[in-house]
Each structure stands twice: as structure tokens, then as C-alpha cells.
Ligand binder design. Structure first.
Ligand code: NAD
Length: 517
């Protein structure tokens, strides 16, 4: 019997012991850099013609590792292998499947600083952000293990005389998990774990920018001796491996987290029924956001400024939950803006291995996109009050310092498009009602927060602030597994809730069984 689920605690990195552990882990991982990671097909390592070189965004000349890319034939073969493995894995009891996840969690917990150090180097997360990513991966493993047992148990039905009725939840089949680079461990491991613990077999395609941490996770899955074919890792291009998986007639479901455009593309592709496909594919899609913090006229402005700065600039604004719009009531607009600028200007930008507040943004493409928003669109659509023009060629890593545009119009590109960098747009509203309508005035609906001391406004915002994760008087980032199940509305996704109690249902189908006697 498993103990009650508890979230993995975080260390206090102002203390010398965790600092020492992180430095040791970084030194250890630095000695492991530059290795090659072949594709594994049927247990054999294959060095394909194409590779993805993973680099440290803070020091692009540093190679984290080289992952060989799969091609569409390999994807097809992986689907066949997974289909074969499904026959026996789907019959394994929920308790036994859960046991695998708990063992994987225990191994990751023993290596928590090492995994965090890989994240610091591969995705440019500072110590706490990296640790939180690993801790969340452990939480997903532990939580879904317990949830799988619950879903695998008895489910009540209304009694009928002369009949024995029951509902059982069955796995779906072979799933494709397609993950992003911004939580390259937690989201990749969480989606993979949810798929396999429910009795499905799974092929995981991680983001091109962060293949090495995915290989590290799959090393753990090998160590726990998952039966062959239950979980396969295929690194490579989304347009090649991802397309091959989402279009395959033998894929039963796609579980994706990433951008809006790719999510919509997968949704349309998965909706087509190719010849030979016997089902309608299920799509579980978590997509982008344009998240807002709305500050009312009577709010605690210091608390609000702290929340805004943490949510806008933590991990360089590269969380889907990041605050990219600050909507401030005109009565407190100027005072709040000053506080936000003052706090944001104290953040340090630099090597996250040295625990700077913000590391680099993930890659050159991302840097170039943010540069266009900062240098061109931003200055034409807002008043820049923090940050400076970015050079075309960044010296060293892809660093962007916190940037704030004030007096932004709610319908401008700055206020509507997901920039995915440390860029905050500040919007003035003249009333609570107007603020609420600005909040809801994008295509997204992922996270949001409201700072206020007005009970009537708080209750109305709880009802009408249309996001999947809504917070009152705190920041809009930092959701914890089963504390704040996570996922958004509208074009932020298919309304699922990762780390919530209904999540595993998305990987299952209910069978109603009736015996007359
Ligand atoms: P992305 O959409 O560029 O890539 C995500 C994954 O999709 C990658 O593995 C990529 O290789 C793959 N892919 C690309 N083209 C594909 C195709 N044609 N077919 C199949 N797969 C394909 O996203 P990203 O840049 O890695 O991640 C950032 C985005 O993810 C942001 O928009 C962010 O808001 C979003 N995100 C959302 C959540 C959430 O829970 N809603 C969480 C994290 C990130």
C-alpha cells in the first residue's frame, strides 16, 4: 500500500548545504557533457545519419550532448513494437504498473541534484527553477502511480435487480507523447508516465532543444526494467518524427504540450482517419498562453509587484503560465509600475550555473523572435520603461534582460501574441469591469491572477476570469501537482488538467460490463 501523496519539498538555496550539493552536481554533470546518444530500436543502439546537437543556451559553444535523430521509418517501426507490447502490458495490473513509477521516482529522488544540474546546463534554468522541474517530475510519477490504482479499482454503478453491473477503465492503445523544451523533464516525464501507468504503450518525442534530459529519464526507465516496447524514446524533428507519429493509423492517442500553432496542426491531423485506422484518435493538447495579472485599486501593491516580477521574469518568462500582461487599475497604475520596475531591475541576468535570477533564452530563434518584439514591435506599441535594444548577434549566450513596456493597448500585438521571453506589457484600466474584459480579451485562457481586497470583486473574478488556473493575491506561476491541477481554456488547450484527479481518465476508456443472473 502506497503512502498518501505529498509534493516533493524544495531546498532553501540561500543555505550552504543545498548550494554545495548543486555545485557538486554541476561539476559532476560537466564531466559528462559531449557524449553521443544513439536512437534505440528494439534494444539496439542505432547511430542514424542525422543528429541534434544540444547546446547550453548560456554558453552556446558548450555541447551538452548529441542525440541521434530518428526518421519516419523508425517511427513506424516503433509504433509496431509498441502495438505488440500493448497486448501484454495492457493486462498488467494497475498496482504492478504503479510500482514501476514509484521505483522511477525513487531513483530520480536519489539523483535530484544531478537531474537539476542537467536542466541548468541544457535549458538554462537557475538552481531553484531546475530543482522545481525535477521535483515536479517526481510528483507526477508518485501521483499518477496512486491515481492509476484508484482508476483501476471498483467504480460505483446504480444497482439493478438480477444483474451484476460494473464499469472498468481500459487503456486506449499506443500513444504518442510530444513535449516542449520549457519543462523538458517534468512535462515529458509526466505525460509519458500518465500514458504508461494506465496500461498504454508510448513513444515519446521530446523537443529538439532538450533531448539529453529525455535520454536521462529513459535511462531510469531502463533501470526499472520496464518490459520492452512499453516506452520508447525517439528524438528528432517534430516535422518528421512528430508527423509520422500523429499520422500513423496505429496511434490511438496523441498527448502534446507546446505552441498553439503546432497544437492546432496536430488537432487537425489527428482528426483525419487514414485507411486502416479503426478508431478516432484522442488528442490531449496543452498549448500557449497570454497570462495576465490584474491589480485592483485597493490591492496590496508590494505583494502584487512581487507576484508580477516573479511570474513575468522567472525562467525568463518562458513558462506557459508566465505573466505577460499586467493590467492595473488607473488609481494605482503609476505607483505599481514604479514598484515593478524597481524590483525587476534588481534581477540578475547571467549564467544559471552561477544561479543568476535569469539565464539565457532557449535558442537563437527564440532570441531573434524576442528581439523583434523588443526592438521593433514593442517600441512602436508601448513606452519602454525597462530593458534595452537587443543586438542582432548576442555576445556569449542568448541573454535578454527583463523588459517592460507601459501604456500598451489591450488589442496590440504586444498584448495579444505569446512572446515567450522576459517581456511584460502593462495595460491601464479605468474600472474593475474594464480590467476583467481586458483579461478575457485574448484567444487564450491558461493562467491568471487577481490582486484585490474587495470581496465582491474577488468573487466575481473567481467566476469570470476565464482561465484554467486562477489565483487570488498570489502569482500565476508555480502550480503544484494535485494542489493546483494545471491546464487552460480556449486556445490554451483541450481543457485537461495535468497533475489532477481526472487526468488519467484521458488515457482510458470506460467499459460497462453487465451480467444477468
Ligand atoms: P513547439 O510547439 O514548437 O514544440 C513542441 C513539440 O512539438 C516539440 O517536441 C516539437 O518537436 C514538436 N513538433 C513541432 N512540429 C511538429 C509537428 N508538425 N508534428 C508533431 N510534433 C511537432 O513548442 P515549444 O517551443 O517546444 O514549447 C513552448 C510552447 O509550449 C509555448 O507556446 C508554451 O506556452 C507551450 N507550453 C504549454 C504548456 C501548457 O501546459 N499549456 C506547458 C508548457 C509549454
Amino acid at each position: 500500500m502506497l503512502s498518501v501523496f505529498e509534493n516533493e519539498p524544495y531546498p532553501d538555496f540561500s543555505q550552504s548545504v543545498p548550494q554545495q550539493k548543486m555545485r557538486e552536481a554541476l561539476a559532476f554533470v560537466s564531466g559528462q557533457l559531449g557524449k553521443e546518444y544513439p536512437v534505440k530500436v528494439e534494444g539496439r543502439e542505432v547511430e542514424t545519419g542525422k543528429k541534434v546537437v544540444s547546446i547550453n543556451p548560456s554558453r552556446p559553444e558548450q555541447i551538452i550532448g548529441t542525440a541521434y535523430s530518428a526518421d519516419s521509418n523508425m517511427a513506424e517501426r516503433a509504433v509496431e513494437i509498441a502495438t505488440e507490447a500493448f497486448g501484454s502490458w495492457s493486462l498488467v495490473s494497475a498496482e504492478e504498473r504503479a510500482g514501476y513509477l514509484v521505483k522511477a521516482a525513487a531513483i530520480m529522488r536519489r539523483r535530484i541534484y544531478e537531474f537539476s544540474a542537467w536542466l541548468t546546463l541544457e535549458s538554462s534554468k537557475n538552481w531553484l527553477e531546475a530543482y522545481a522541474d525535477t521535483a515536479e517530475a517526481i510528483d507526477f510519477l508518485e501521483f499518477y502511480a496512486r491515481e492509476a490504482i484508484r482508476w483501476g479499482g471498483a467504480h460505483p454503478t446504480t444497482p439493478a435487480v438480477g444483474e451484476e453491473n460494473e464499469v472498468r477503465y481500459l487503456p486506449l492503445g499506443v500513444g504518442a507523447v510530444i513535449s516542449p523544451w520549457n519543462f523538458p523533464l517534468a512535462i515529458m516525464a509526466g505525460m509519458t508516465a500518465a500514458a504508461l501507468v494506465t496500461g498504454n504503450t508510448v513513444i515519446t518525442k521530446p523537443a529538439e532543444q532538450t533531448p539529453i534530459i529525455a535520454h536521462k529519464f529513459f535511462e531510469i526507465l531502463e533501470e526499472i526494467n520496464l518490459p520492452p516496447g512499453v516506452a520508447q524514446l525517439l528524438c528528432g524533428d517534430g516535422e518528421i518524427v512528430g508527423e509520422a507519429l500523429t499520422g500513423s493509423p496505429k496511434i490511438r492517442f496523441v498527448c502534446f504540450t507546446g505552441s498553439r500553432d503546432v497544437g492546432i496542426h496536430i488537432y487537425e491531423r489527428a482528426a483525419k482517419v487514414p485507411p486502416g485506422q479503426k478508431w478516432l484518435k484522442r488528442s490531449i493538447l496543452e498549448m500557449g498562453g497570454k497570462d495576465a495579472i490584474f491589480v485592483d485599486e485597493d490591492a496590496d501593491l508590494d505583494a502584487a509587484a512581487d507576484g508580477v516580477v516573479a511570474a513575468a521574469f522567472g525562467f525568463g518568462g518562458q513558462k506557459c503560465s508566465a505573466c505577460s500582461r499586467l493590467i492595473a487599475h488607473t488609481a494605482i497604475y503609476d505607483v505599481l509600475l514604479e514598484k515593478v520596475i524597481s524590483k525587476a531591475s534588481k534581477l540578475t541576468v547571467g549564467d544559471p550555473a552561477e544561479n543568476a535570477s535569469l539565464g539565457a533564452v532557449i535558442d537563437l530563434d527564440s532570441y531573434a523572435k524576442i528581439r523583434t518584439y523588443v526592438n521593433t514591435i514593442g517600441v512602436s506599441e508601448g513606452r519602454r520603461v525597462l530593458g534595452e535594444d537587443l543586438p542582432e548577434t548576442p555576445s556569449g549566450g542568448y541573454f535578454v534582460s527583463p523588459t517592460i513596456f507601459a501604456d500598451v493597448q489591450p488589442d496590440s500585438r504586444l498584448a495579444q501574441k505569446e512572446i515567450f521571453g522576459p517581456v511584460l506589457s502593462v495595460i491601464r484600466c479605468v474600472s474593475f469591469e474594464e480590467g476583467l474584459s481586458i483579461v478575457n480579451g485574448t484567444d487564450y485562457g491558461l493562467t491568471g491572477a487577481f490582486f484585490s481586497n474587495n470581496r465582491a470583486h474577488i468573487e466575481k473574478a473567481k467566476r469570470e476570469f476565464h482561465v484554467g488556473n486562477f489565483y487570488v493575491n498570489r502569482k500565476c506561476t508555480g502550480a503544484l501537482v494535485d494542489v493546483q491541477p494545471f491546464g487552460g481554456f480556449n486556445l490554451s488547450g483541450t481543457d485537461s488538467k495535468a497533475g489532477g484527479r481526472d487526468y488519467l481518465g484521458l488515457f482510458l476508456q470506460a467499459k460497462s460490463v453487465c451480467e444477468r443472473w
